[in-house]
Every structure is written in structure tokens, then in C-alpha cells.
Design a protein around this ligand. Structure first.
Ligand code: PLP
Length: 390
């Protein structure tokens, strides 16, 4: 517990909540760059392209038209209508404007999701390796993350494995597909296994579909679209990745009662909604032709193939990730401990990556390479990798 000399102390619910290691890595890179060193930046997770012009102009137009007032805390109606259409056509989630809520990025949707479901002392199952903030969102709800090794689950059966790691206090499953950091995409059959287990055990699924538009092999299945799942799933989406809108902080969630009311309360009393002009930009983003989203996907596929081929060539064994924009090779050849491996690559080859251990014990021995950068930047990194291993 953090307590000052005078006895003033921090709320205990923050005791187990950490700060992302990724931020510390970003600081080291900035310091290296300030010294004039060239750093191959594969540590990040931001699209390589800028927010499309039409989206930026929609925000400007909203400002000019004085869309600068309080909006409904859950989002302006035209946006919620557009989201309902998108969810029906793209995700096979049939919903209403009362069951969607606009959030400050995917992060607020996830925060609100965990806060709505977990009580102190509850447990939440998390497929691991997992996106680091999720552990903190769970502990911030004073609940306990139960890490389920994804590789074991896929090998031995998802349902059996979930059963094995579950406790009587388990309330929720965090389900992320395509996955950060592994790039794994769960199949429809696997989604069904998770759904069957959730229904059997009366659990809530918090589904994170941040990378829904970045599936290269296989298909994206929204778990809420499976029979009996809409009522027990809170699905979090973001505009960050598909539309290159990371800094706009634009996301949304879809859920049925009682969860949607809980999400509304949390949004109301935290941010009271998303900035109004941003919501008009979101409406424009949803008009993006599918062909443009597919063209970006193809660009990412090229980058994936370039990087994954090179990683395997230098002996860093790497399966081709089916989705998202991360490669997650085994780097034990550099060092058994991923933190040391990341440090060696950064110091000796100026390649910035994220140690796999940051994503849970199951990520140890791996590094995350983000390939949402320009082809030229990947080529430069590949050259540096070859020189390092020569
Ligand atoms: C798995 C996953 N979920 C959710 C998010 C949330 O993104 P944002 O808060 O930018 O919408 C991210 C961002 O990196 C992510 O990787």
C-alpha cells in the first residue's frame, strides 16, 4: 500500500495495477534517438499510414458547424445507428442503438467491461500471452487474472484447458482475436468451444476485436454472433487500427442488459462521452469502402511476409501470424530470457522490440516485432538483423 509519512494513502484497488513496460521501452528509444542513433522501431502498434483525409475533414466540418456541445454520453444517434449497421453486416451481431456505446478508444470499452462484471475476489480467465493492460484492468477491478496458456489450449482442447484453469470464483473470460501479441486468429470451432464453456459455466465473455479487419488467413468470427452468446458478451471495438485513428481515442462497445447500463454509468462518470467532433469523424470513418480496408490489409500482409521470412532465415523461428500486425518469434537463440534478448537486439542491432515476458509467462522466450511500419523500415530492420546474425 502506498502511504505518505502523514498517513495519506492511495486507494488499495491500485496496489496491483502496474504501468506498462512498453512505455519504458519507448523512453529508452527516445533517449537513443536523442543521441543521434538510428533505431529500427518495431516495438509499436500504430498503423503505418495517416488518418484518411475524409475523416480529418469530417472532424473539421463538425467544428465549423459548431458540433462542439455536450453530446449524449453514450454517443450521438447517427453514429450509434451507423455502428448498428456495421455490427449487423460485418460482425453478424444484431443489435439496437440502445445496446451500443461510444467509448474513448477500445481501452475505455475494455475498462468499462471489466469494471461492470468483476467483483473484488473474482477470477477472470485470460488466454496468454495476452495484451499487457488486460492484467491491470482485471487487478484494477480487484479481481485475479487466471492465465490460460493458449498454445496448450489449442493443442489439448480449448474447453478442457479452460476447465483446468478455472476456479469457483471465475466470472469472466477475456477473449481476443486476432490476438496481440501473437497474431493468432481463433477459428470458428475454437470460438464455439469458448462459447460452450461460457454458457455451461454461466460466464461473461469480454471480447476484444481491435484487429477485426486484419485477418490474413482464416476468418474473423465475433463470438457474440454465436447462438446464446449475445446476452453474455461485452464486445470492445476500436477505430485505432482499421482507420489509423490511434490518437483520436475512438472506440465502442456492444452489450445487452444488464451490462449496457453498467457501461453507460462508467462512461458517464469517467469521461461523460467522447468528444463531439471526434464522433462525427467516426461516422465518416464508417463510410470507408471495404476495398480501401482490404487494400491496407494487403499492405500489412506484404509486410508480414517480408518480416517473417527474414526472421526464419536468420534462425528466429516464427510461425506466420494469421492476423493483427505483430510477429512473435522464438528468440532463445539470442537469449533465453526475453528481456535480455530485447536488450541485446536494441544495443547491438538497434532493433526495438517488446520482450515476450511482458505479455505473461507464456510469452517468455519470444519477442514481439510490430510490422505496422513502412516497407522501407522493415527492409532496414531485416538488413540489421542479417548483419547481427552474420
Ligand atoms: C488487443 C488490443 N485491444 C485493444 C486495444 C485498444 O486500443 P485503443 O485504446 O487505441 O482503441 C489495443 C491497442 O493496442 C490492442 O492491442
Amino acid at each position: 500500500m502506498a502511504t505518505t509519512k502523514s498517513g495519506i494513502r492511495l486507494a488499495t484497488r491500485l496496489d496491483e495495477v502496474g504501468f506498462s513496460d512498453i512505455v519504458q521501452i519507448r523512453n529508452t528509444i527516445m533517449a537513443m534517438r536523442a543521441e543521434g542513433l538510428q533505431v529500427h522501431a518495431l516495438h509499436g502498434g500504430e498503423p503505418y499510414f495517416e488518418t484518411p483525409e475524409a475523416i480529418k475533414f469530417a472532424a473539421i466540418q463538425a467544428l465549423v458547424e459548431n458540433q462542439t456541445h455536450y453530446a449524449p454520453s453514450s454517443g450521438v444517434l447517427p453514429l450509434r445507428k451507423a455502428l448498428v449497421d456495421k455490427l449487423a453486416t460485418k460482425n453478424a451481431i444484431n443489435t439496437t442503438t440502445d445496446e451500443v456505446i461510444v467509448t474513448v478508444g477500445g481501452m475505455q470499452a475494455l475498462y468499462a467491461g471489466f469494471q461492470s462484471v468483476l467483483d473484488p475476489g473474482d477470477d477472470a480467465l485470460i488466454f496468454s500471452p495476452y495484451w499487457t493492460p488486460i492484467g491491470d484492468l482485471v487487478t484494477g477491478s480487484q479481481a485475479r487474472p487466471l492465465l490460460v496458456p493458449t498454445a496448450t489450449a489449442r493443442r489439448n482442447g480449448i474447453r478442457n484447458t479452460l476447465e483446468q484453469f478455472s476456479t469457483p470464483r471465475t466470472r469472466a473470460i477475456y477473449y481476443n482475436t486476432p490476438q496481440n501479441p501473437s497474431g493468432l486468429v481463433f477459428t470458428r470451432a475454437e470460438a464455439q468451444e469458448v462459447a460452450d464453456f461460457a454458457i455451461d459455466r454461466d460466464l461473461v465473455v469480454i471480447s476484444d476485436e481491435a484487429y477485426e479487419d486484419l485477418v490474413y488467413d482464416g476468418e474473423h468470427v465475433s463470438i457474440a454472433s454465436l447462438p446464446g452468446m449475445a446476452e453474455r458478451t461485452i464486445t470492445a471495438f476500436t477505430f485505432s487500427k482499421t482507420y489509423a485513428m490511434t490518437g483520436w481515442r475512438a472506440g465502442y462497445a456492444v452489450a445487452k442488459e444488464p451490462f449496457i447500463t453498467a457501461l453507460r454509468k462508467i462512461v458517464l462518470y469517467s469521461t461523460n462521452g467522447v468528444s463531439t467532433p471526434v464522433q462525427y469523424a467516426m461516422i465518416q470513418a464508417l463510410k470507408t469502402p471495404e476495398s480501401q480496408i482490404a487494400a491496407h490489409r494487403e499492405e500489412y500482409r506484404k509486410r508480414r511476409d517480408l518480416l517473417v521470412t527474414a526472421l526464419n532465415e536468420v534462425g528466429l523461428e516464427c510461425e506466420s501470424p494469421a492476423g493483427a500486425f505483430y510477429a512473435f518469434p522464438n528468440v532463445e537463440k539470442v537469449h533465453k530470457k526475453s528481456r535480455t534478448a530485447a536488450q541485446i537486439l536494441l544495443e547491438k542491432a538497434h532493433i526495438a522490440t517488446i520482450p515476450g515476458s511482458v505479455f505473461g509467462a507464456q510469452g517468455e522466450g519470444h519477442l514481439r516485432f510490430g510490422y505496422a511500419i513502412t516497407t522501407r523500415e522493415i527492409e532496414d530492420c531485416v538488413e540489421a538483423l542479417r548483419a547481427f546474425f552474420a
